[in-house]
Ligand binder design. Structure first.
Ligand SMILES: Cc1cc2nc3c(=O)[nH]c(=O)nc-3n(C[C@H](O)[C@H](O)[C@H](O)COP(=O)(O)OP(=O)(O)OC[C@H]3O[C@@H](n4cnc5c(N)ncnc54)[C@H](O)[C@@H]3O)c2cc1C
Length: 404
């Protein structure tokens, strides 16, 4: 394994880092301010984000996540890792480069499984950053960590499918630009367990689709994207909106979640790096009991532990990315599961130390730490809770012994 970055990646890293310094960090506060000046926080999109998107596009820092070289940057997972990490240093970063969840996962699904018509209608405007999308799998009424529990029904009726169900935590659905949902439901509850589910494209404007409410995360609304509870009441879409065919939903979900999970981990490493940077800057200048906080042994220990843990998580992320590139997502599933447990827990520890070092300011919105902590905490649950990944790792580990 060679984790040194190629010249191409180093050049992109430099360019992206400069863009973050010059355009993204200085505009984080303006983003919030513009959001608060709107009619309400969900009515529009802060104009700064569209301006930054155009700048990023002009500089070629666009769709870097997509391995397909005709549609995206053509980077491998290993090449994308350090770039995604940089974007993750700011919560507004990923969108600026059109590399935000859940659009990236949805675009990958459309690239891999969409028909020419799906691509023309939905993939093109998503790649262009003109519209946004959401992914509706989780339901309030069933334990959705187990995707086979999903209850929403997708029933064929002539040339159409009829969808009924209630979803929640559909991230991005509050965004006024969000036009399309990928909905997972059951087409055949009597089929074998992993062939009951299908995925279907549902334009959010279709009659019967209702956004019931937006769910906050520890009080952060994440407007204008947010996380929606949505009901689907006799929603009719053309039969051609089904992805890959009936019964393929579970397989698509597995394929979608691999890259999605590792991207979250890459961004979390960026979030932890930013927290450590903020911590180090703060403790040099803050004087308590006659000396800078940086001279306290306990704070030096926090800094050292944070650096050690970030490096460990980064190396495991790079190993998982390398394996995805070389042996495929399926064989790399143990590494993907491991890093999905390691990265959020590492980020939470590092961000928490930075919050502590900042004192009361750390829990305010004056610094990005509280928001980053809240985001990292959700990732111990979203895209598979820690316990489910640990169960998977243990199963794969034990399998080696039962075969001997
Ligand atoms: C901020 C945020 C954004 C999200 N975005 C999306 C989205 O865009 N689209 C979408 O469809 N969903 C989304 N989700 C939902 C997320 O994927 C689910 O919450 C997750 O899969 C867990 O499902 P659940 O909430 O139903 O928990 P449950 O399935 O009820 O599980 C609850 C808890 O039980 C424990 N548990 C479960 N299984 C096991 C096991 N095998 N062994 C031991 N313990 C276990 C775990 O501790 C788990 O946290 C999002 C969630 C959050 C918080």
């Amino acid at each position: 394994m060679n984790f040194s970055y190629s010249e191409k990646v180093q050049a992109l890293q430099e360019k992206l880092s400069a863009f973050m310094e010059e355009h993204v960090y200085p505009n984080e506060k303006r983003y919030e301010q513009q959001l608060n000046e709107q009619k309400n926080r969900w009515s529009d999109v802060p104009e700064i984000v569209e301006q930054l998107k155009q700048k990023a596009k002009d500089e070629g820092l666009w769709n870097l996540f997509l391995p397909d070289s005709e549609l995206g940057a053509g980077l491998t997972n290993l090449e994308y890792a350090p770039l995604c990490e940089l974007m993750g240093k700011s919560l507004i970063g990923p969108e600026v480069f059109n590399c935000n969840a859940p659009d990236t996962g949805n675009m990958e699904v459309l690239v891999r499984y969409g028909t020419e018509q799906h691509k023309e209608e939905w993939l093109k405007p998503l790649l262009n950053g003109d519209i946004r999308s959401c992914f509706s799998m989780t339901e309030p009424d069933v334990a959705s960590a187990d995707a086979t529990n999903v209850q929403a029904s997708i029933v064929r009726d002539g040339d159409e499918y009829v969808i009924n169900g209630r979803k929640w935590w559909s991230s991005g659905a509050g965004d006024p630009r969000c036009e399309i949902a990928i909905v997972m439901g059951k087409t055949n509850p009597d089929a074998p367990k992993h062939e009951q589910q299908s995925m279907i494209l549902v334009p959010l404007k279709t009659p019967g689709v209702t956004i019931e409410r937006m769910l906050p995360v520890f009080g952060f609304d994440h407007a204008p994207h947010g996380h929606a509870e949505i009901t689907f009441d006799n929603v009719r879409v053309p039969a051609s909106n089904i992805l890959l065919g009936e019964g393929k939903g579970f397989a698509i979900a597995q394929g979608r979640l691999g890259p999605g999970r590792i991207h979250h981990c890459m961004r979390l490493i960026g979030a932890a790096e930013r927290a450590l940077e903020e911590l180090c800057k703060r403790v040099q200048n803050r004087v308590a009991f006659g000396k800078p906080l940086a001279s306290q042994g306990v704070i030096q220990e926090w800094i050292a532990d944070s650096r050690i843990e970030i490096e460990q998580a980064r190396l495991l992320t790079l190993k998982a990315a390398y394996m995805m590139d070389t042996v495929g997502n399926k064989v790399a599933k143990k590494e993907i599961a491991m890093i999905k447990v390691v990265a959020p827990n590492m980020a939470l520890r590092v961000i928490d130390r930075a919050i502590q070092a900042f004192g009361a300011a750390g829990v305010s919105n004056d610094v990005p730490l509280a928001a980053q902590w809240a985001n990292a905490r959700t990732l111990r649950i979203a895209d598979g809770p820690d316990e489910v990944h640990r169960a998977q790792i243990a199963k794969l580990e034990l399998r080696e012994y039962s075969q001997k």
